[in-house]
Every structure is written in structure tokens, then in C-alpha cells.
Design a protein around this ligand. Structure first.
Ligand SMILES: [Zn+2]
Length: 416
């Protein structure tokens, strides 16, 4: 490395370290903010002792942004990773500044908030878009009463019995892990524990602990249907969050010594890539519908004691339901913008996202707490899919290699 390159590396490492300290400082004001941290433990105790005010964090964030702009650029070396690293720090610091303003009371509109925090704006869909999908569902689930009520009755036979949930989930994890390991070099001692929890606003959560270890929590407040086994195993585990975090730790924190990746601020552009890759991971693990259906029918349905002859019928309905996921963004946008109240949001989700009242209430709870974060799931998935498909077409091996590269790099939404 030339001396100019060394100076640039030194400059940006100092910025990266200060950024990590500011994220920890903001975590003192916002318990949801620091999703993972496995850097030096004394950094965290220092933030706890210091308890920096929001004003001080805001001022230092602005200062850091200016310092980064003046830091010598090492990207001239031609290493794309260095260019991405710089952009990553810019976006993450700017999102940090936005989160500080929000905690100080600034009210952002939904799209402004998602642009500031996640570097992306979700498309808006009119009610008629959802009406077309709903009409197709109406035809598949005939009968009297509201659609959500009929849907709940119709899908009852596909609930995984509580006493079989862990066995079914572990089978899905094993398959997703084997499929991932065949294509991606996982750190040799990576692992996670699974816990079943209640009274949470989310369905599942990956808590990354560092040292290639995660704790995955599955929320059992509501019945868990058979499609969720692979969805959760791929999203939280392989090749989703657990793999993403492990590869960032291996490639960026350990091999390159980049401290900014030992911390993950939840309300930041990194979340769009995290949720987008976790959701799209299902399709990477099971590149064709036929592969997934074979596994479901041969392994998961029997393990759950569910009639496998209805698997195709069940998944045809799930494909339509998935298209309704953008309805959650619409409800969240209206709720955050103050156009509807919570009661109207629950009703709207019952109608347009075909949720029963309990599920709709859980979803509104999630929106109240995480706001525009909802776009990271559906828009994130669509952005990641477009990015990967542009590079690999439909070749499954190429798809895995591009996906693995994305999981090991500091690429953010505007680079997708
Ligand atoms: Zn997730």
C-alpha cells in the first residue's frame, strides 16, 4: 500500500470508530436502535457512563459527516469495496442524524422518513391494485362473510401443532443450512439457538451476538402456519440474517478490520439490505417452486401431520397473499402521516391484507413501534431480487455467488 493509501485508511478508520461510538451513544436514548454490537465491551460501558445528550450526538454527527467529506479517498486504488465503504459511512451517518432529529421530536412524513433512514421510498399503490388481488382470492375461497374470516377457517388445517413446531422448524433450518453451505463458505463454528417467545410485535427475530453466533426468537402469540417454517428458517437463519451478519463479521470486521460493521443500527439503510436479502434468501435457497414444494410435501407436511395432498392449493393462495404485503406499507404510510387512526388501520388491514383482527392488531403494534421500517421487507426484497437477477439471470449457481458477494459487502440501497 502506498503512503497515501495508508493515510486514507487511517482517516476513514478513525471516522468509522467515531461512528460506532455515536451509534452506541444514541442507543442510550432509543432501546431499539442498537440491534447488534460485538465490538470492544468498554465502548458500550463508556457510552452508558457518558450518557451523551441528543444535542451533543447531533452536533458530533454533523461534525463527523464533514470530516468524512475531507478524508482522503482511497477508492482511487480501484478496490470497489473501499468506494462502497465510504458511501456506506456517509449514508449511515446521515441516517443517524435523521434518527437524532426524530428523537428530538421532529415529525417526518412516511416517505421522507424512509428516505432519510433507509435510503429508499416505497411505491404507492391505490386501493384498486389490492382489489384486483382480493378478487382472485375471493374466487379461491368462496363462501359467506368477510374474506379474512373465510380465509382463517380455510387455512386452519395448515397450522403447525404447537408440540410439533420445534421439530418442523429444525427440519426447515437443516435443509436451508445444507443448501446454503453447498454454495457459501460459512465460518466453521457458526451456530444459533432457537427460543420460542410470546408478547412481541414481530413474528421472528435474529439477535446477532458476534463470534458467528445468533439467538433466533420465534413468536408464538398467533398460530404458525406451515409456510412459515421455511420462511423463518431462511429469513432469520440460512441464508438470511444469521449468514449476513456472520459474513460481515468474517469479511469486513475480522479480515479487513473495519469497526463500523461490529455494530448494526436498526433504523439505518443497512436494514433494507438486511431484510431484503433475508426475504429474497428463500428464493435463493429454493430457486424453483418445484424444489420447495417437493421439500414441503416430502418432509415438512408429514412432520407437521398436515395433509400434503393440499400443499399446491395452499401455496397458490399464499402466492396471492404475498402480493398483498404492500398493503401494510399503505396502512403504515397513512397511520404515520396521521391520515387514519389505529382503529381504521386495523380495519384496513383486515380488508386489504386479509388479516384477522388479532393479526391486524399485531401488525399495527409493529407499525406504531417501527414506522416506515415496514418497507424494508417488501421493497427490500424486490430491490435485492432485481439487483441479483440483473447480474445472474436465472442461473442458480451464479445467483448464489452474487448473493454471497452482496452479503459480504457494504452495499446499500442506492447501490442496488
Ligand atoms: Zn428480518
Amino acid at each position: 500500500m502506498s503512503s497515501g493509501g495508508a493515510r486514507a485508511a487511517e482517516g476513514i478508520n478513525a471516522v468509522a470508530e467515531r461512528y460506532a461510538h455515536l451509534v452506541l451513544a444514541l442507543g442510550q436514548h432509543d432501546p431499539d436502535y442498537v440491534d447488534a454490537f460485538y465490538g470492544p465491551a468498554e465502548w458500550k460501558t463508556h457510552a452508558e457512563k457518558e450518557k451523551k445528550s441528543l444535542d451533543a450526538i447531533g452536533a458530533e454527527t454533523a461534525e463527523l459527516f464533514a470530516i468524512l467529506a475531507k478524508t482522503p479517498d482511497a477508492a482511487a486504488s480501484g478496490d470497489e469495496m473501499l468506494k462502497l465503504r465510504r458511501e456506506y459511512l456517509q449514508k449511515q451517518i446521515s441516517a443517524l442524524a435523521a434518527r437524532v432529529r426524530m428523537l428530538k421530536g421532529e415529525k417526518l412524513r412516511f416517505d421522507d422518513e424512509s428516505r432519510a433512514l433507509y435510503d429508499a421510498v416505497a411505491p404507492t399503490y391505490s386501493d384498486s391494485h389490492f382489489d384486483e388481488i382480493l378478487a382472485q382470492l375471493e374466487a379461491k375461497i368462496p363462501g359467506k362473510g368477510p374474506l379474512w374470516e373465510r380465509y382463517e377457517k380455510w387455512r386452519k388445517p395448515f397450522v403447525i401443532p404447537k408440540e410439533k413446531l420445534d421439530a418442523v422448524f429444525q427440519l426447515a433450518v437443516k435443509e436451508c443450512r445444507a443448501r446454503t453451505q453447498a454454495h457459501v463458505a460459512l465460518p466453521p463454528n457458526e451456530s444459533f439457538n432457537v427460543e420460542y417467545v410470546t408478547n412481541k410485535p414481530w413474528g421472528g427475530y435474529n439477535w446477532y451476538k458476534g463470534n458467528f453466533h445468533s439467538v433466533i426468537q420465534v413468536n408464538t402469540d398467533l398460530p404458525i402456519y406451515i409456510d412459515r417454517a421455511v420462511d423463518l428458517a431462511a429469513h432469520e437463519g440460512y441464508p438470511g440474517h444469521h449468514v449476513y451478519n456472520s459474513l460481515l463479521e468474517k469479511n469486513l470486521v475480522r479480515d479487513r478490520g473495519w469497526p463500523e460493521f461490529s455494530i448494526y443500527p436498526l433504523f439505518s439503510p443497512q436494514s433494507l439490505v438486511a431484510e431484503g436479502t433475508a426475504n429474497f434468501g428463500r428464493e435463493v435457497a429454493f430457486p424453483t417452486k418445484a424444489e420447495r414444494m417437493n421439500f414441503e410435501k416430502e418432509v415438512l407436511f408429514p412432520a407437521a401431520g398436515i395433509d400434503g395432498s393440499r400443499a399446491d392449493e395452499y401455496y397458490a393462495v399464499q402466492d396471492l397473499m404475498k402480493q398483498l404485503n404492500y398493503a401494510v406499507n399503505e396502512v403504515a404510510r397513512r397511520l404515520v402521516n396521521g391520515e387514519i387512526d389505529e382503529k381504521a388501520a386495523v380495519q384496513w388491514l383486515q380488508k386489504c391484507a386479509v388479516m384477522d383482527p388479532k393479526r391486524a392488531q399485531q401488525s399495527v403494534k409493529f407499525i406504531k413501534r417501527y414506522r416506515s421500517y415496514v418497507i424494508n421487507y417488501n421493497l427490500g426484497e424486490d430491490m435485492v431480487r432485481r439487483y441479483i437477477e440483473k447480474r445472474s439471470g436465472t442461473d442458480p449457481d451464479k445467483r448464489w455467488s452474487e448473493f454471497g458477494k452482496l452479503l459480504s459487502s457494504p452495499r446499500l440501497p442506492s447501490d442496488l
